[in-house]
Ligand binder design. Structure first.
Ligand code: COA
Length: 230
């Protein structure tokens, strides 16, 4: 019993050390508060910060950060995103019509309760955003998500969008919209239609780091930004 515990502890330490080694290679200029809960083989583009209690795997674009206790499995996140604390991706579906029961024993081979009545999958349990079934959620670039937000799987949050605190997002969010509430609805757009069209076309987040740094002062006003860059 004691020997088994000791062996398990040594195994865990080995895995932990391996994770640190991989993370240092993959993400040299990133900060990870707690490396135990997320996947070291995920892609971190750089300048990323992941706070404590975060569960994450997928792709994190340059400059994006994730606040405390957020859970974002299989998520693709663009550049310069600000993700607050306690953002939860809600993954997993049960049938809500036609099927007599919602219990997975009648549609899933995964044996959630320890048994199943079916030999093959009868219902798609996860909704992916891509055909390769790699990501459950896609967050664009320059997206700000407030605290305590629930995001349902299979949705895309467009570039420049804002999600208000405490929202439950059930559908795609269009670029540069501000959505809030449960279910989240558009409360307004950040800019005019023309300004939004310009930003979507311009994609400043894809400029090189040096360009962004030297132009940072012009980010304080959308009209003068478009005048200067348009
Ligand atoms: C959405 C948000 C960005 C405000 O956007 P805004 O365009 O300035 O919105 P306003 O404050 O003018 O509010 C517009 C309407 O939306 C409502 N609203 C604003 N935020 C809301 C929210 N989170 N949930 C529900 N409704 C909200 C307001 O009550 C107001 O309603 P009314 O028109 O009936 O009076 C802000 O309220 C928010 O949620 N910020 C996130 C803060 C946060 O989580 N910070 C943590 C770390 S950064």
């Amino acid at each position: 019993m004691i020997i088994n515990k000791l062996i398990n502890r040594i195994k865990r330490q080995k895995i932990y050390k391996k994770k640190i080694r991989i993370m240092k290679q993959n993400a040299p200029d990133c900060y990870f508060a707690d490396i135990s809960s997320f996947d070291p083989l995920s892609e971190y583009e750089g300048g990323n910060k992941i706070s404590s209690g975060v569960v994450f795997d997928g792709r994190l674009g340059y400059g994006s950060y994730i606040g405390q206790n957020s859970t974002l499995p299989k998520t693709c996140i663009g550049r310069f995103c600000s993700l607050s604390q306690n953002i939860q991706l809600v993954a997993g579906r049960h049938p809500s019509s036609k099927f007599v029961s919602t219990h997975p024993a009648f549609f899933s081979t995964l044996q959630q309760s320890g048994f199943s009545y079916v030999n093959d999958q009868k219902f798609e349990e996860y909704k992916y955003v891509d055909d390769e079934k790699k990501y459950l959620l896609k967050i664009g670039n320059d997206v700000w998500i407030g605290a305590n937000v629930l995001l349902l799987e299979g949705i895309t949050i467009g570039d420049g969008a804002i999600v208000g605190a405490g929202s439950v997002v059930t559908k795609d969010v269009s670029p540069y919209s501000i959505v809030a509430g449960s279910p989240a609805r558009v409360i307004r757009y950040r800019f005019t239609e023309e300004e939004i069209a310009f930003l979507i076309e311009y994609q400043w987040w894809n400029k090189d780091k040096e360009w962004i740094k030297t132009h940072a002062d012009s980010f304080q006003d959308i009209s003068s930004f478009i005048k200067a860059e348009g």
